[in-house]
Design a protein around this ligand. Structure first.
Ligand code: TRP
Ligand code: ZN
Length: 489
């Protein structure tokens, strides 16, 4: 997980952000082998599927073929209210989560995802509830039957030293990571469970409010905007943040530590919050200015900014990667150049506002954000998107040709193909349908699925609808075949 992942085979100013967490492998046949027992997201176009009638126990997974244990069946979360207190000296986190949900089947028991940490008390609709732990599942027995369609409230009190996910499926270390002065919290794909009990899958988005208490002198940064001025008493400061737009669990953050902060508004009037660890003092103004300018630029390319503020955070934890945390991308231990900022801010539209329904569609996030890097390069007078496409295409030995980007695999989720060949897929579509239709398609896509979830099939259908062309052959060759597609004119 070092900076070498930013290396690129092209001599270009554009940073290739694909983390290359694993070596490229040929199309794997293991898909489906690990499929969840009952529900599945892969047949349906989205949403949480109810179990067969008569069963009142929510499934332990939402039915993602890559991550069968992630998320849960039987309910849909509307809101997480998280009260958290973190002490960097002891590394201890104390939390109280208030979860508002809606049952999608009759429920007598259901799961939340939670990794480590000790649970002291659970309530359902105000009544104390029995609970059990098994692996990363917190199973709650409802005090009475929750009727399908009913709203219900769950509270979970918990504490402990968070344990990040380490090397699960070769994905590196992610989740709640202790730093010398606080915490660096980057949760893709399933690290939210390391700091709050959740339905930890992007198919179930919810709104959030955060009350985060840290020792006086430290700053706590979460998603959205501050609800109130920080309040200090007894040597501890509480920060209140609210994300009022639906957010996937992996985009939630509670980054804490020493930070220098600059706030303001972009030229187009979007509030901006930029923060850097004091070790990156010299980066604050650039981070602020570039984040504002690039957010404004993307509104002209992708449509209205979906959220209520933009910005970014640079922490001095040397992750060597960035994550598109909603409203506040985070950069781990390096000064981001504008290519990476362009990538993370493009994710606000592609990934954060329009979210995937299942992980195998990850190219809808990473291919689009990588293509945005190419558009940014062109905009600032660097290589054009077309030139970048052609230089990647020319390398017929690139391992991306062995890896179909449209089926991201659990053990190799962030393969370079999902990024680069995903971006190339968009360029191939652009060449086929023309610039005017292509850029209208991007705006229509972000508008049609704003704050929601989508699938590759829906993108293909929209592209065909808007262009009036049959594009299944093109998408099949670019997304699903383990070989280099025919040249694009
Ligand atoms: N989505 C991130 C990006 O492309 C990269 C990433 C993958 C990541 N897995 C992660 C970041 C885990 C943080 C934690 O910008
Ligand atoms: Zn990305």
């Amino acid at each position: 997980m070092a900076a070498h992942r930013f290396a690129t085979t092209l001599t270009t100013a554009v940073s290739l952000i694909a983390p290359f967490l694993g070596l490229a492998t040929a199309c794997s046949a293991s898909e489906g082998a690990a499929a969840a027992a009952a529900p599945t997201l892969d047949a349906a176009s989205g949403g949480v599927k109810a179990l067969p009638a008569g069963d009142t126990v929510g499934a332990p997974g939402v039915g993602d073929s890559d991550f069968p244990q992630d998320g849960n069946g039987g309910y849909d979360v509307d809101h997480y209210g998280l009260k958290l207190s973190y002490d960097p000296a002891s590394k201890r986190l104390e939390g109280s989560a208030a979860i508002r949900a809606r049952a999608v089947q009759d429920l007598t028991a259901f799961d939340l995802d939670l990794h480590g940490l000790t649970v002291s008390r659970v309530t359902v609709n105000g009544a104390v509830a029995q609970f059990g732990r098994r692996e990363d599942e917190l199973t709650v027995t409802a005090p009475g039957r929750i009727k399908s369609g009913a709203r219900f409230d769950v509270t979970v009190d918990y504490a402990g030293v968070p344990d990040p996910v380490r090397n699960y499926a070769g994905l590196g270390t992610y989740g709640f990571i202790a730093t010398t002065d606080g915490s660096f919290v980057t949760c893709e794909p399933n690290g939210a469970k390391t700091w709050f009990p959740s339905n930890d899958h992007p198919s179930d988005k919810a709104t959030y409010d955060f009350k985060i208490t840290v020792p006086e002198g430290l700053t706590a940064i979460a998603n959205g905007e501050m609800d109130a001025q920080p309040k200090t008493s007894d040597g501890r400061t509480t920060f209140a943040w609210r994300e009022k737009h639906p957010m996937a669990t992996y985009l939630a953050t509670m980054t804490t530590g020493k930070f220098e902060v600059r706030t303001g508004t972009s030229d187009l009037g979007i509030p901006v919050y930029a923060a850097v660890d004091p070790a990156f003092h010299g980066s604050l103004d650039n981070l602020y200015t570039a984040s504002a300018k690039i957010t404004d630029y993307w509104t002209t390319m992708f449509g209205p900014y979906p959220f209520s503020s933009t910005g970014g955070v640079v922490d001095n934890y040397s992750a060597g990667y960035a994550l598109e945390n909603q409203t506040k991308p985070i950069y781990g231990g390096f000064t981001p150049d504008t290519g990476i900022i362009a990538h993370e801010l493009a994710h606000q539209w592609f990934g954060d506002s329009v979210s995937i329904t299942r992980w195998k569609d990850l190219w809808l996030n990473e291919g689009f954000a990588t293509y945005a890097e190419w558009l940014w390069s062109e905009h600032r007078g660097g290589q054009t998107a077309d030139a970048l496409f052609r230089s990647y295409y020319a390398n017929n030995l690139d391992p991306i040709w062995n890896v179909p980007p449209g089926r991201a695999q659990r053990t190799d989720l962030f393969n370079g193909s999902v990024y680069t060949r995903g971006a190339m897929t968009l360029h191939a579509v652009r060449r086929e349908i023309g610039d005017a239709t292509f850029f209208a398609l991007l705006k229509k896509w972000t508008a049609a699925h704003r704050y929601g979830n989508a699938t590759t099939e829906e993108f293909v259908a929209l592209a065909e609808h808007m262009s009036g062309k049959k594009l299944d052959g093109l998408f099949d060759a670019w997304l699903y075949q383990p070989r280099r597609p025919a040249p694009v004119t």
